[in-house]
Design a protein around this ligand. Structure first.
Ligand code: 13P
Ligand code: SF4
Length: 365
C-alpha cells in the first residue's frame, strides 16, 4: 500500500458527466475491496453510488461491520474519523474531499473544552459532578476528551438515552457542540429550560455565575447547525394554516420552538422511517437538509404523499456537497491504482480514548 499526498486537480478532473462512468469503472476494478458509505444529506449524483446509507448512528455501526479494505466515506470529516476509529486494523477510511467539514463541529475545539473544564473546576469538581457528552458531530479529540473524563458520544437518534445514562452516573451534563440537540433532549426528560443555561466558550466561566453553574443540570455549549437554524416557527405556522390535516417533522438540530411546534422530532433515519410508515396521501412539512427532503418527496410521491421542505430558502449542507462525482472518481481511481489518497487516520492514543466514548454510546443504544 502506498499512501500518497497527491492533491485533487480541478483542471484534470473538471465537473463533467464522464465522472459517473469513471466511478463505475474504478469500482469494477476495486470489487469488494472498497465500500462506499453515504450520509442521507449527500447530493443525488453521489448518493446513487453508495453501497450503504444511513444516519450518523447507522453509519458508525456499518463502518465497524464492513470487511472492505477501503471505507470511502461520502459524508463529512467527523464521520470519516468515526469510521477510522471503529474500523479494524488494516482498514482505511477515505474522505474524497478533505474540505468536507461540519461547521457545527468546528464550533467546539479541544482547547476551549479543556478551558471550560478548568473553569468549571473553580466552582465544583467536574470529574465527579459532570458527564461530558459530545454530539457525534465533533472532532475526534473531543470524543477522546469524553472517553478520558467518564463521558460519552451521542447522535441525534440516541441523545435522550445517552442523557439518561449520563445522569445515572453524575448529577450534571456538559453537552457540546449543539445547544439545540442538548436542550431538546433535556426537555424531553422533563428538565426545565432555566436549568439548562448556555455555556458561551468565549466568555469567562461560560458567561455564567458560580451559582448558575451549581444550579444547572445541563450546560449547553453555544453551538448550532447553520443549516437547521434556517427553519423558523413561522414556516410551521404558515403550513398549518394551509394544511390543517398535515404533519410536521423536524431534526433535533432545529431551534427549540421549531421542535416544540413539530408533531415528530428525530434523526434523518427517523424522519425517513416515520414518513415511509405513514398512511398514503398524508402531507408532510420536513425541517431538515434539502437533498434528503427532495429524495423522499420523489420516493414517496407514488403513495400520494406530499412532502414539502420547511424553509422558503435553499438550506443545504454545502460542506457535505463538496464530495462531488469528480472527487469520488479521483479517489476511487487512485485506490484502484494502489495509491491511497485523502486517508483519514486518527492518531493514537486519541483514537483509543475516542473509541471508549463511542463504544459506550454503541452499548447504550
Ligand atoms: P443524523 O445523525 O440525524 O443523520 O444527523 C447528522 C447531521 O449532521 C445532521 O445535521
Ligand atoms: Fe454539520 Fe449541519 Fe452539515 Fe449536519 S447539516 S453535517 S450539523 S453543517
Amino acid at each position: 500500500m502506498q499512501v500518497n499526498a497527491i492533491a485533487f486537480d480541478r483542471f484534470r478532473y473538471p465537473e463533467d458527466d464522464t465522472a459517473q462512468g469513471r466511478i463505475r469503472a474504478a469500482r469494477e476494478k476495486l470489487g469488494q475491496r472498497a465500500v462506499i458509505l453515504a450520509h442521507h444529506y449527500q447530493r443525488p449524483d453521489v448518493y446513487v453510488q453508495a453501497d450503504l446509507t444511513g444516519d450518523s448512528l447507522r453509519l458508525s455501526r456499518l463502518a465497524g461491520e464492513t470487511d472492505a479494505e477501503y471505507i470511502v466515506f461520502c459524508g463529512v470529516h467527523f464521520m470519516a474519523e468515526v469510521a477510522d476509529i471503529l474500523s479494524r486494523p488494516g482498514q482505511i477510511a477515505i474522505l474524497p474531499d478533505l474540505n468536507a467539514g461540519c461547521s457545527m463541529a468546528d464550533m467546539a475545539n479541544l482547547s476551549k473544552v479543556e478551558r471550560a473544564w478548568r473553569e468549571l473546576a473553580e466552582v465544583l469538581d467536574p470529574d465527579v459532578a459532570i458527564t461530558p457528552v459530545t454530539y457525534i458531530n465533533s472532532a475526534a479529540d473531543l470524543k477522546a476528551f469524553c472517553g478520558e473524563h467518564g463521558g460519552i458520544v451521542c447522535t441525534s437518534s440516541n441523545a435522550s438515552r445517552i442523557m439518561e445514562w449520563s445522569f445515572s452516573r453524575r448529577e450534571k451534563v456538559l453537552f457540546f457542540p449543539d445547544q439545540h440537540l442538548g436542550r431538546w433532549s433535556g426537555h424531553k426528560m422533563g428538565i426545565r429550560l432555566e436549568d439548562m443555561p448556555v455555556w458561551d466558550p468565549d466568555e469567562p466561566l461560560g458567561g455564567l455565575s458560580p451559582e448558575a453553574i451549581r444550579k444547572a443540570r445541563v450546560l449547553l455549549w453555544k453551538g448550532h447547525c447553520s443549516v437547521h437554524q434556517m427553519f423558523q416557527p413561522v414556516h410551521i405556522q404558515r403550513w398549518r394554516a394551509q394544511h390543517p390535516d398535515g404533519f410536521v417533522i423536524s431534526h433535533p438540530e432545529c431551534g427549540f420552538e421549531v421542535c416544540r411546534l413539530s408533531d415528530y422530532v428525530g434523526s434523518t433515519e427517523t424522519i425517513i422511517r416515520t414518513i415511509r410508515d405513514a398512511p398514503d396521501n398524508t402531507k408532510w412539512l420536513v425541517g431538515t437538509e434539502l437533498n434528503l427532503v427532495n429524495r423522499i418527496a420523489e420516493e414517496f410521491r407514488p403513495q400520494g404523499k406530499l412532502i414539502q421542505f420547511m424553509a422558503p430558502t435553499v438550506c443545504m449542507c454545502s460542506t457535505m456537497a463538496r464530495i462531488d462525482p469528480p472527487h469520488l472518481a479521483w479517489a476511487l481511481e487512485n485506490l484502484a491504482e494502489g495509491q491511497v489518497v485523502n486517508r483519514i487516520k486518527v492518531p493514537e492514543p486519541e483514537a483509543r480514548l475516542a473509541r471508549i466514548a463511542l463504544e459506550r454510546m454503541l452499548e447504550v443504544s
